[in-house]
Design a protein around this ligand. Structure first.
Ligand SMILES: [Mn+2]
Length: 300
């Protein structure tokens, strides 16, 4: 049996994305690939995400939802051979240019796009108005003295003055982080939720608790989906994913809950490397993530 497609007359999520200046949601590609700790091709992520959308229907058989949210495609930020340091302003400004919408979806690229994305939300009322939630197997709290990489966006944000109490980190994996990073996180007030806790209590439950906590402290929330939080068997297309990560089912539920939170004004998808793709698993997972985010926005 073949998969349905546009050619068979189905309305796809790809049909929702285009030049729609008045849309509630914007899509921006941020193909940043420099200074990844494990060299790869995260720059291919935006193209792969856009390319899979025609294979996704707008209809959710589980809830009866018909996705009808237009998405303004703001294109890609030009980041070829650009360092995370030099990417800061163009990524920040690209996100800020869409910040009047309900939500901006920033598709990486490596995790170094998160810092400028957060700063974009802080331009209006300062960094202290912004909360940050990460779904990530890693703390991303490596030192910044050797420069910005995909391993230190959260450390860089702390250095910028973001109060750790306004940061929630969900999905931390064992034997993938250092004691030093853990102690830094706890010492700076970051709320730390491990992969085991997410498995035992439900990732979406943990995420909703953290969204509520951040909502009480912040005016707007930025969410970083470092896709290596997903179990490697279900998500091979990222250098950092490990066995024992969260399940895709839980990841999708969490994405919908995050999309539904009206304080969430920008989300990113990072560390998706299509060159590691196995059987379209990565692109279809990224595409479903996009659908779940939109389904959440539809429920606002
Ligand atoms: Mn990360």
């Amino acid at each position: 049996m073949s998969e349905p497609s546009e050619a068979l007359g189905w309305r796809s999520v790809g049909d929702l994305v285009g030049h729609h200046p008045d849309a509630r949601v914007a899509l921006i590609g941020a193909p940043l690939n420099e200074r990844s700790l494990t060299p790869g091709r995260c720059d291919l992520g935006p193209k792969a995400l856009r390319g899979v959308l025609p294979r996704l229907s707008t209809y959710d058989v589980e809830t009866g939802l018909e996705l009808d949210i237009k998405v303004h495609d703001a294109g890609d930020v030009a980041l070829k051979a650009v360092s995370p340091f030099d990417a800061f302003e163009p990524v920040r400004d690209a996100v800020a240019a869409q910040a009047h919408r309900d939500l901006t979806i920033l598709v990486g690229g490596n995790n170094a796009i998160t810092r400028p994305g957060v700063h974009a939300l802080g331009l209006a009322k300062g960094l202290s108005s912004v909360g940050v939630l990460t779904l990530d197997a890693h703390f991303d709290l490596r030192d910044t003295d050797q420069g910005l990489t995909n391993g230190n966006p959260i450390q860089a944000l702390l250095d910028d003055g973001l109060d750790g109490h306004r940061i929630s980190q969900v999905g931390l994996a064992p034997f993938a982080n250092t004691r030093r990073a853990h102690e830094k996180a706890e010492g700076s007030g970051i709320s730390v939720r491990t992969a085991r806790e997410c498995r035992q209590r439900g990732l979406a439950n943990v995420v909703v608790e953290e969204l509520e906590r951040l909502s009480s402290l912040c005016e707007v929330i930025y969410v970083d989906f470092d896709i290596d939080v997903i179990d490697r068997s279900q998500w091979p297309a990222s250098p950092g994913a490990r066995p024992g990560g969260v399940s895709v089912h839980d990841f999708f539920d969490a994405a919908r809950a995050i999309g539904a939170c009206s304080k969430v004004r920008a989300v990113d998808l990072t560390e998706y490397d299509p060159s590691l793709e196995v059987g379209d698993l990565g692109s279809l997972t990224a595409g479903r993530w996009f659908c779940e985010i939109l389904a959440g926005v539809a429920a606002r």
